[in-house]
Write a protein that binds this ligand. Structure first.
Ligand code: EPU
Length: 423
């Protein structure tokens, strides 16, 4: 087991390039299954979840390799439609195998997926959507078997704009007979990236990025080379870390339009942001101002994936801010850890009351999930003294070598092997 040791209190300075988006790359790698042939997907981050996706693809007969930021993937020798249970449990995105395998082969066997423990994370909307396209679904205990002689387009109304359900249905519908409309679809940039990828394969999709997506089914697709969008959550984490350390950082290879809600919040907190093409400059000019409230909601509202990190900034602000978490039921697990570092936060159901303190202090803390872990790194960078973060495998799911990212900006973070517990 590894841990991070952070010597805090150093303002971040310098320039850094943002790596490709995990949450865009995962469904796109799964979508390659829709087509027989050899794909190249560029700007794929070298992360644990991507490694698991590649293992899953190889387990069903694909030949997938990740080298120098690109995944080369040959889907012409798929022999299995059954995803091994141990791989399904390793991440939530294993569920993305369902739509493409069903569309291409008419059957798929999966299990309830794993993933960060941040809420109940049901898959009912995925299954309902696939049923609307004509699939039959057998669910016994943990096992889910989907079959369809052929998928037929239809009208699908999502009860909630689920990112994963929108993506799964989109992937299934591209090869369905006839036309499909997804109403109350998720509008996240990762959905637009999936649409762009599928259209590059020859699909006929319009509307991604709005709440109605229209798909005209096609008979055949052809492989392509595609470049994944930059990771907006990694960029957002770096922007917040710069602000709380009193730093001055330039981020390159970003999509500022994907970060509008965060930019708005940071500006209100008195952080200086300037934008030029794909470059974001962040300068902190003193203690952040508190805000009225932050509410996480589906895109384009404030993202749940940046809620824990912005809580660190507000913990250091000059007043009280409420943060309401509306996406996941258990996404305040970082609060107890931040309190160990001196933060003053009270939680009542899905609302956190954050009272700013002048300073955070180093402490020994545990990452409970990916973004909670990222928030602890941000807090450790801002805090006085040494912070030790355990359970960092969670952080490695979403940030490529997080210590190297921050050390390039002048931070002092070391990755160490946890010493065995003395008996
Ligand atoms: N939901 C259901 N039924 C479903 C699907 C979702 O009730 O069938 C509920 C969930 O329980 C949750 C809410 O809807 O309360 C939102 O879930 P959604 O399906 O939108 O999220 P997801 O697809 O599981 C993706 C990202 C998450 C990100 C959320 C919200 C990927 C691989 N994961 O998850 O990313 O937080 O959208 O934006 O794209 C992360 O990167 O740290 C992460 C958790």
């Amino acid at each position: 087991m590894e841990k991070l040791v952070i010597e805090g209190g150093i303002p971040l300075t310098g320039t850094i390039r943002i790596h490709g988006s995990k949450n865009a790359a995962l469904p796109i790698l799964a979508a390659c299954i829709l087509v027989d042939g050899k794909h190249t997907v560029d700007n794929v981050p070298d992360l644990l979840d991507i490694k698991v996706m590649i293992e899953i693809l190889n387990a069903i007969g694909c030949k997938a390799n990740h080298q120098d930021g690109s995944v080369i993937l040959d889907t012409s020798s798929i022999y299995s439609h059954h995803i091994p249970e141990d791989l399904m449990k390793q991440m939530r995105s294993s569920i993305f195998m369902m739509g493409p395998l069903l569309a291409r082969f008419g059957q798929v066997q999966v299990y309830q997926p794993g993933g960060c423990a941040i809420g109940e994370r049901k898959i009912d909307l995925h299954l309902k959507g696939l049923k609307s396209l004509g699939a039959t679904i057998e669910e016994t205990n943990n096992t889910i078997i989907c079959r369809a002689k052929k998928l037929i387009g239809g009208n699908i109304h999502l009860d909630f704009p689920s990112v994963g359900a929108t993506e799964n249905i989109l992937m299934a519908a591209v090869l369905a007979e006839g036309e499909t409309t997804i109403h109350q679809a998720a509008k996240e940039p990762e959905i637009v990236d999936l649409q762009n990828f599928l259209n590059a394969l020859g699909a006929k999709i319009t509307g991604a990025g709005t709440d109605t997506i229209h798909i005209v089914g096609v008979k055949q697709l052809t492989p392509c080379q595609y470049r994944i969008i930059p990771d907006r959550i990694v960029a957002g984490t770096l922007m917040i870390a710069t602000a709380v350390t009193g730093g001055n950082v330039e981020l390159t290879s970003t999509c500022p339009q994907h970060l509008e809600s965060l930019i708005h919040v940071l500006k209100k907190a008195d952080v200086q942001i300037t934008l030029k093409n794909d470059i974001i400059n962040i300068t902190s000019i003193g203690r952040p101002k508190s805000l009225d409230r932050i509410v996480t909601s589906p895109y384009p509202a404030f993202p749940t994936d940046l809620q824990s990190q912005i809580m660190v900034l507000l913990s250091l602000s000059d007043g009280i801010t409420t943060i309401k978490e509306k996406i996941f039921e258990q996404r305040f697990k970082h609060v107890d850890e931040l309190k160990k570092m001196g933060a003053d936060i009270q939680v009542n159901n899905n609302i956190a009351y954050v009272r700013g303190v002048p300073r955070l202090y180093g402490a020994s803390v545990k990452a409970t999930d990916l973004r909670a872990g990222a928030a602890l790194v941000v807090a450790g960078l801002a805090g006085k003294g040494t912070t030790i973060i355990e359970h960092i495998h969670h952080i490695d799911r979403g940030y490529v070598n997080i210590e190297s990212i921050f050390n390039q900006l002048g931070a002092n973070i070391t990755r160490c092997v946890e010493s065995p517990v003395s008996r």
